[in-house]
Design a protein around this ligand. Structure first.
Ligand SMILES: *[C@@H]1O[C@H](CO)[C@@H](O)[C@H](O)[C@H]1NC(C)=O
Length: 531
């Protein structure tokens, strides 16, 4: 090869490298053994992966002697396969967990003490509660089936949200247009006619989007409709204008996030993005293009309207992940079809970064594409180190590996650009923070940063949501009021913080606390917010 050709080649590589889109991908686990359709990160830096029980053989066995003998299992009366597992983020090793009743399309939230309260599912799991109390990765902990209480109504495709007092509301589900609570507040489920009004002939009101607002009311979005719900009085206190562009909830599979709460916490903004075209599910159409419209609304304003914006790609089954910076990562999903088994095509490999502070029309940035289709039953969760964990994808009724879109057992992590090497000098280390904080309390955290700090270092609380079906139940980011970073003379900076004022701004429980310096987050520490 002539030296000119070599030069040209070098030039070509340089140009291609420059043209690379932001963000990097890595394989975390080559074979998790199960496809996680529900995923949650615990305060011990472990990740609960959860599939469903009536699915037959997975690729992960239960420990010897721990097979389930279950006359109610629809597929295996003697089932030696794991349907849940715990991933240790330190070692990337997985340990099988034992789940007994069927968790298919169920819902969950972390309770104030850090245990995961899981509810509903199909068949023998329809009315069940289960609990997983996480432990140090070296210790043993497992699912516990609660005999009491049970759900009043079977809940399949419901959404859960932790409330200001630490209890949980469970909203909707198939043939369950009602709400109920854990612990139970009433002798029966409470009818919620809004959900019935939002139902159409292909459902479209399942897995409703819930956002607990700082004023204590619950924003509920189903199909293309939204209301503000006072769950204590069972009253719809406000109706919002409908969102144009078609249905957004199951089976039409958009996603939603509430933007970071900040300042005096008086305002809350909700974003709903993507979804299938109406009829794609009815007609079982795999090829109908998804739409790419996003609506954004300041739900605390007197007469809010949806501000519309188009994503660079149509997308169904995208996950909206609140990053520690307040930006939103939109990842996973497909560009055609609808939710459900075998019903989507044209995977959308490109994540997007939604930058809320940018002007309308400039908010989306296209990121480095992945290579593994993540369709129905895939998940995305923010990790304490700032990466986003990507698991699952199983568009089939059982595990099926010979298919265009096979059951996916690989777990990946996507690192946003803030983790790039050229930003390492800005990356703060959160060297000291309290483990427990009371509402409204003033407290200090200490950070160290390679380069001198200029400007404000944010201190932000991120909840650990329960991700399933393109929606992260209980996801919220709360930016704390902070003082400027003051050098403490030993190479560290002290930042004075004020805890959220009450449980409507941030329900009680364990949060990841991130220091964020010029858009670069630290590794989080876990802090428990208590009253
Ligand atoms: C919680 O704090 C928010 C923000 O300051 C406020 O609007 C709301 O009224 C408070 N709720 C209660 C119950 O005090």
């Amino acid at each position: 090869m002539g030296s000119q050709k070599v030069l040209l080649l070098i030039l070509w590589f340089t140009v291609v490298a420059r043209a690379d889109l932001p963000g990097t991908w890595e394989l975390v686990v080559a074979d998790a053994g199960i496809a996680s359709m529900h995923t949650a990160v615990t305060r011990f830096n472990t990740v609960v992966l959860l599939d469903r029980t009536n699915i037959g053989p997975t690729r992960k066995l239960l420990p010897k002697g721990h097979c389930r003998r279950d006359p109610h299992d629809a597929v295996l009366k003697l089932d030696c396969y794991a349907h849940s597992a715990l991933l240790d983020l330190k070692t990337n090793q997985l340990r099988p967990l034992t789940i007994l009743t069927d968790t298919w399309c169920s819902s969950a939230q972390f309770l104030p003490d850090g245990s995961l309260l899981q509810s509903g599912g199909d068949l023998d799991g329809h009315k069940k509660f289960r609990k997983f109390t996480p432990c140090e990765p070296t210790a043993f902990c497992d699912w516990e089936e609660l005999q009491k209480p049970q759900l009043h109504e079977g809940r399949w495709y419901a959404t859960n949200q932790i409330l200001p007092d630490g209890s949980i509301i469970i909203v909707g589900g198939r043939a369950a247009n009602s709400v109920e609570f854990f612990p139970p507040r009433h002798a029966a489920a409470v009818q919620f006619p809004f959900l019935a009004a939002a139902e159409d002939n292909q459902m479209d009101n399942l897995y409703p989007y819930l956002h607990l607002l700082p004023n204590g009311n619950l924003f509920v979005f189903a199909n293309n409709k939204a209301v503000l719900y006072d769950f204590d009085k069972n009253l719809v206190v406000r109706e919002f204008p409908p969102l144009e562009g078609g249905p957004r909830n199951y089976p039409s599979a958009g996603s939603s996030a509430m933007l970071a709460l900040e300042g005096d916490y008086s305002a809350a903004t909700v974003v709903v993005c993507g979804g299938a075209q109406y009829g794609a599910y009815l007609e079982r159409s795999v090829d109908t293009p998804a739409h790419g419209s996003c609506g954004r609304i300041v739900v605390t304003q007197p007469d809010p309207v949806w501000e519309m914006e188009d994503m660079p790609f149509g997308r169904i089954m995208g996950d909206m992940v609140m990053l520690p910076t307040g930006e939103v990562l939109i990842i996973n999903g497909a560009q055609a079809g609808t939710q459900g088994f075998e019903l989507a095509s044209n995977p959308c490999f490109y994540p997007l970064l939604y930058r809320p502070e940018q002007p309308l029309g400039l908010r989306f940035m296209t990121l480095n594409p992945g290579s593994i289709p993540r369709l129905y039953h895939s998940t995305a969760n923010l990790l304490p180190d700032g990466r986003v964990l990507i698991a699952g994808s199983n568009p089939h009724y059982f595990y099926k590996f010979k298919a265009e879109f096979p059951t996916e057992l690989r777990i990946e992590a996507f690192s946003p650009e803030y983790l790039a090497a050229d930003r390492a000098n800005l990356r703060p280390a959160l060297v000291e923070a309290p483990e427990t904080v009371r509402y409204s309390a003033a407290f200090d955290v200490f950070v160290s940063v390679p380069l001198p700090v200029v400007g404000i270092v944010e201190v932000n609380l991120a909840s650990a949501p329960f991700a399933t079906h393109s929606f992260s139940h209980g996801q919220r980011l709360v930016k704390l009021a902070v003082t400027g970073a003051v050098p403490d003379g030993s190479g560290r900076y002290k930042i004075g913080c004020t805890a959220p004022p009450n449980g409507s701004v941030a329900p009680p429980g364990w949060y990841m606390v991130f220091a964020v310096n010029q858009g670069v987050p630290s590794v989080a520490r876990w802090v428990q917010l208590i009253s």
